[in-house]
Design a protein around this ligand. Structure first.
Ligand code: GLA
Length: 749
């Protein structure tokens, strides 16, 4: 049993393979957090670690007056109440029909059962191996009749505990939620750093590590999308923690809309982290008997440093969030026409691009934006999902047939959540867009957002997309979303429910994606939002891969993919080789380096391969062969960051689960005269195993031969022990060139 209840002292202990989570019902009945961290011994109880000590101005619950030290403001909580004595960042704000705000949750009962709880209408983790246990603790506020059910899913083998909160109005009168977080994590002791992933369009998920300051730090998005700007994933790690050692906690929200995580360094030195829906513009009217479910949070802990924490999330997202036919299957290497043609193409041009790609081993053509409606630029056409016959005479099917005849799969871009003002759909249903009464709507990329809080809009989109998939042999969908939400107002909701519009939109989106993935499980969906503007665990439940960024520059991608790797697996990272000078930065990097970076993702091309020279074409053949050969090593292997992204070179590695193979990738980002040699230590090998380099590729180097050139494929004859490579490291010969890279494929002999 990974969940234990001790009835004598009313404590709960949750064990995973290497961690323990503990809480206890206190005398008055509050659920107090006791411990989360490295695994404890059987029978250990951490109630003596957190002693009530009054700090002055600490409110004491009525009836506890005798114990002047007892204050909800100082003790670690599982889920704080509202307006009843805990002044730290709260989980909840609620007011009753009289406008009185207050909730003080007391224990009522609990239930332990096998299997994983589900969350109505929202994506959440599932039990893939029959090893998960669920604990549901029910608490209630006796005055308002608001019930709180806290669910815990214990994934023992993965060292992950999921949490979710359900609020139920058990009274006869309506209430209004002003805030409803998913979970709170109180760490009473320690010196913690915060790691979070911020960015902007074309520069998502840059990792930042800061000390906590005596303040509240907020990581949030109010954009109606998880956003390019702040990813809904944070890490609290010991001030001394490195990639290889130290306590690290992760909190990842399974949600794709507006979110908020507050990290508060308290007066007593403890830390509180609260995560969940953003509360700005949010309110939820809870009529008698109604239920509100918060999104799920994935908690993970390790004492073995940041790499281990990342590996725990990678495995969890792959096995317990992603699903469907493409979860583990080798994804097709694709060619996308966007950066090759933008809106200017016709069927022959697309076939021309596809034919060359097929010849070199590419497996799928993705037709991007511009195939529908009056869509020759980004001012018109969204919503009119019928084929633009000027570009594709006879519709999609003749083109799909030509692509299939090349032996390729066919993929199609859509942006279903949006509508252009200049479209037949908007003219027919102006009230289906999010707009505020009496105001001209704010535009983003010249478009408006459809109101997915309206069930008829979701039904319409379902009929449209399912029809498209039924009438055509489409193997893949790129599901885009190219602006954030403003003017949030749903014409279908009454005034007291307007604060629900943005979350109801997300429920509508998830319902739509859920229906489509259930009906078309063989169709691979790649998520996208102007690149990686919705790269989160919620979308991964429907889309096992997500376009990581609109920035395809290989050097910038190193930073973006490095940040992304802290939470998300390589198999989720959409990455392509594009043309140079790069369309976003104007930088020129070697073709080989672009491929090395794209191979740390789902791998594909986004350029016209007909424009390459003969030697570049030869290089592409090598890249495709290599990627096919190493696919499972890259996607299923354990991922190690060998360096950060601030030095002169960036190196990373994947190791097969049995440690028999490894792929090391190195990119020199700052070529310098007389530079120190590139040296790094490998990780995760079998120290006693003997390894040889089976394949060695110098790419874009001006002093060493590239693959295909004489001497370019000859690896050194030497053998090394895993210990030598890990403890002594490996040194590359001096390499020169503009952003050169190296790949080493090691095998144990
Ligand atoms: C977004 C995507 C791009 C491309 C364009 C098309 O920006 O991220 O990859 O599909 O839309 O308009």
């Amino acid at each position: 049993m990974s969940i234990q209840f001790d009835s004598q002292n009313r404590s709960f202990t949750l064990h995973t393979r290497s961690t323990t989570y503990q809480m206890q019902v206190d005398q008055p009945g509050h659920l107090q957090h006791l411990y989360y961290g490295r695994r404890l011994a059987e029978g250990d109880r951490m109630d003596a670690q957190v002693l009530p000590v009054n700090c002055g101005f600490s409110p004491v619950p009525y009836g506890c007056n005798a114990d002047y030290d007892f204050s909800l403001d100082l003790l670690p909580q599982e889920y704080s109440g509202c307006n009843t004595g805990d002044f730290r960042v709260s989980c909840l704000s609620v007011s009753d029909a009289a406008g009185a705000a207050g909730a003080d949750f007391l224990y009522v009962r609990h239930e332990i059962c096998a299997g994983k709880y589900q969350v109505d209408g929202l994506p959440c983790a599932y039990d893939s191996g029959g090893e998960v246990e669920t604990l549901v603790i029910t608490l209630a506020d006796p005055v308002t009749g608001l019930e709180l059910q806290l669910s815990y899913g214990v994934f023992a083998a993965r060292d992950v505990i999921t949490r979710q909160a359900r609020l139920v109005n058990r009274s006869e009168r309506p209430m209004t939620l002003g805030k409803a977080a998913s979970a709170c994590l109180d760490l009473p002791y320690g010196q913690w750093d915060l790691i979070h992933f911020h960015g902007r369009h074309c520069m998502e998920r840059q990792m930042e590590r800061t000390s906590l300051t005596q303040a509240v730090q907020t990581i949030s998005s109010r954009r109606g999308a998880s956003s390019h700007h702040h990813n809904p994933f944070v890490i609290l790690c010991d001030h001394q923690a490195t990639e290889d050692a130290g306590d690290c906690y992760g909190m990842m929200l399974v949600y794709s809309g507006s979110h908020r995580t507050d990290i508060e360094l308290e007066q007593s030195g403890g830390v509180r982290a609260v995560t969940g829906l953003h509360d700005e513009l949010f309110s939820w009217h809870l009529a008698p008997g109604e239920v509100f479910d918060t999104p799920e949070v994935l908690l993970s802990f390790t004492h073995e440093g940041l790499t281990r924490l990342s590996q725990q999330y990678h495995a969890f997202l792959r096995h317990n969030i992603c699903r469907g036919a493409w979860q583990f299957a080798r994804r097709p290497i694709l060619i996308n026409n966007w950066e090759a043609t933008y809106f200017q193409f016709d069927a022959d041009k697309i076939v021309d691009i596809a034919a060359k790609a097929a010849e070199l081993g590419v497996e799928m053509l993705v037709l991007d934006d511009g195939w529908f409606g009056k869509r020759d630029d980004d001012f018109t056409g969204l919503g009119d999902w019928f084929v633009n016959e000027n570009k594709l005479p006879g519709g999609l099917n003749p083109l799909i047939e030509r692509i299939h005849r090349l032996g390729m799969r066919f993929g199609l871009w859509v942006e279903p959540e949006m509508v252009s003002e200049d479209s037949e759909l908007y003219r027919a249903h102006p009230d289906w867009a999010l707009t505020l009464p009496g105001r001209k709507p704010t535009l983003g990329r010249n478009q408006l957002v459809l109101d997915l809080a309206r069930p008829e809009v979701v039904d319409y989109l379902y009929d449209l997309l399912s029809g498209l998939l039924r009438r055509h042999r489409i193997d893949y969908i790129k599901w885009d979303m190219n602006r954030n939400m403003t003017d949030v107002y749903s014409r279908a909701l009454p005034p007291e429910r307007q604060g629900e519009a943005s979350h109801r939109y997300m429920l509508g989106l998830y319902r739509l994606l859920g229906r489509l993935t259930a009906e078309f499980p063989q169709v691979l969906i790649e998520g996208c939002a102007g690149g990686g503007g919705r790269f989160d665990a919620g979308m991964l439940a429907y889309c096992p891969q997500i376009w990581c960024s609109d920035d395809t520059d290989a050097v910038e991608r190193l930073i973006i993919q490095h940040g992304t790797s802290f939470g998300y697996p390589i198999s989720a990272v959409g990455a392509h080789v594009s043309a140079c000078p790069n369309h976003q930065t104007g930088r020129t990097t070697p073709l080989g380096t672009r491929a090395v970076v794209a191979m740390s993702g789902t791998f594909g091309y986004e350029l016209d391969l007909n424009k390459l020279s003969a030697s570049e074409v030869r290089a592409v053949c090598y890249q495709i062969e290599d990627f096919k050969r190493w696919y499972h090593l890259i996607q299923d292997g354990l991922y190690y960051r060998l360096t950060g992204v601030d030095g002169d070179f960036t190196a990373w590695q994947t190791v097969s689960p049995d440690r028999s193979e490894a792929l090391v990738s190195v990119v020199v980002t700052h070529p310098r005269a007389n530079a120190p040699l590139v040296h790094f230590r490998l990780k995760g090998l079998d120290p006693e195993g003997t390894y040889r380099i089976a394949v060695q590729r110098f790419l874009g180097t001006t002093n060493l031969p590239s693959p295909g050139e004489a001497g370019g494929d000859a690896p050194p004859a030497r053998r090394w022990s895993g210990a030598a490579l890990m403890y002594g490291g490996y040194t590359l010969p001096r390499i020169s060139g503009d952003f050169p890279s190296v790949q080493l494929h090691l095998v144990r002999i």
